[in-house]
Ligand binder design. Structure first.
Ligand code: SF4
Ligand code: SF4
Length: 294
């Protein structure tokens, strides 16, 4: 679903805006987290980004059982939540909060421009992440144009799961891309993310010929995608990419599943944490590709 199409004007659904990020692209950046993702990676650490629409998060450990939320709820908590936010406003202990809000490109521009002096000093900018920014491509494109008009650079972190046409729209406006690759084997990709990797690998080929600077990011999930075979296969797909700045490998942390309880969900799967060493870098180094373990 393209969220922009369900509102009268273009708007995006954003669930977080974080300033002063040092890990989401060049310089100091403001990261904008967009709601909605077509993948269901079993290790996802941002489950509040999966649903494309606003929703209520509930922290049972903060709840003091005062009943105020039920008193104000137009549905008395008995039907499908309207996400009106009345319970969150009434909650005295911040146990409930609305996750996600609609915002226009101009409103987002005005929010992020607060950090423009920092962007200028550090050669930073704005990074769209999520969730999956490609699900809100019209919003990303419009906001990126406004940011460029103000001299602000735009980066995107994406799964790359979209049609070629949508991905090309992104390439046309973005300055820098973090391209995630979950698995190079299609059957394994389907098993652990719920979707085929074919559109992603096809879009990776578009990216390689686009001239846009990019970094490949790969989460290392023990027993899923940390084999030498998979890492070597990924390295081989990057050999002819002159615009590749490097590969970043992100080890799995089981603590990242903590947010699921806020959505009354349990993490789909958990894995044994593992300490990775040079063995995961070697498949890239042997081909002369810049790589680092984060
Ligand atoms: S968001 Fe509104 S409808 Fe949903 S539970 Fe809270 S008060 Fe009720
Ligand atoms: S208003 Fe907040 S503290 Fe009171 S019962 Fe509802 S969630 Fe719990």
């Amino acid at each position: 679903m393209n969220i922009s199409s369900i509102t009268s004007d273009i708007s995006g659904c954003v669930f977080d805006i974080r300033e002063f990020s040092l890990f989401d692209g060049p310089g100091v950046r403001t990261s904008v987290f967009l709601k909605g993702c077509p993948l269901r990676c079993v290790w996802c650490h941002n489950p509040e980004g999966l649903n494309a629409l606003p929703e209520i998060l509930f922290s049972i450990s903060k709840c003091i059982h005062c009943g105020s939320c039920k008193d104000v709820c137009p549905l008395r908590g008995n039907d499908k939540c309207l996400v009106c936010g009345k319970c969150a406003s009434a909650c005295p202990s911040q146990a409930r909060r609305v996750c996600g809000r609609f915002i226009t490109p101009m409103e987002l521009l005005n929010e992020v421009l607060k950090s423009q002096p920092v962007f200028e000093i550090s050669n930073g900018g704005v990074t769209f992440t999520g969730g999956e920014p490609l699900m809100q491509i019209d919003f990303v494109v419009e906001t990126a144009k406004l940011l460029h008009d103000k001299g602000v650079s735009v980066a995107v972190e994406t799964s790359g799961y979209s049609s070629a046409e949508t991905y090309q729209k992104l390439l046309d406006v973005v300055d820098f891309i973090f391209q995630d690759v979950k698995h190079t084997d299609d059957a394994m990709h389907k098993r652990y993310t719920g979707v085929s990797n074919k559109p992603i690998l096809a879009n990776l080929e578009l990216l390689k010929t686009s001239g846009k600077t990019f970094v490949v990011r790969a989460s290392l999930i023990p027993t899923v995608n940390d084999s030498q075979e998979n890492l070597l296969s990924l390295a081989e797909k990057l050999l002819d990419a002159d615009n590749l700045q490097g590969v970043e490998l992100l080890p799995y942390h089981s603590s990242s599943g903590g947010k699921y309880s806020l959505l009354n969900l349990t993490p789909p799967m958990t894995f044994q944490e593992k300490t990775f060493g040079d063995e995961v870098l070697e498949p890239f180094r042997k081909h002369g590709l810049p790589v680092r373990l984060l």
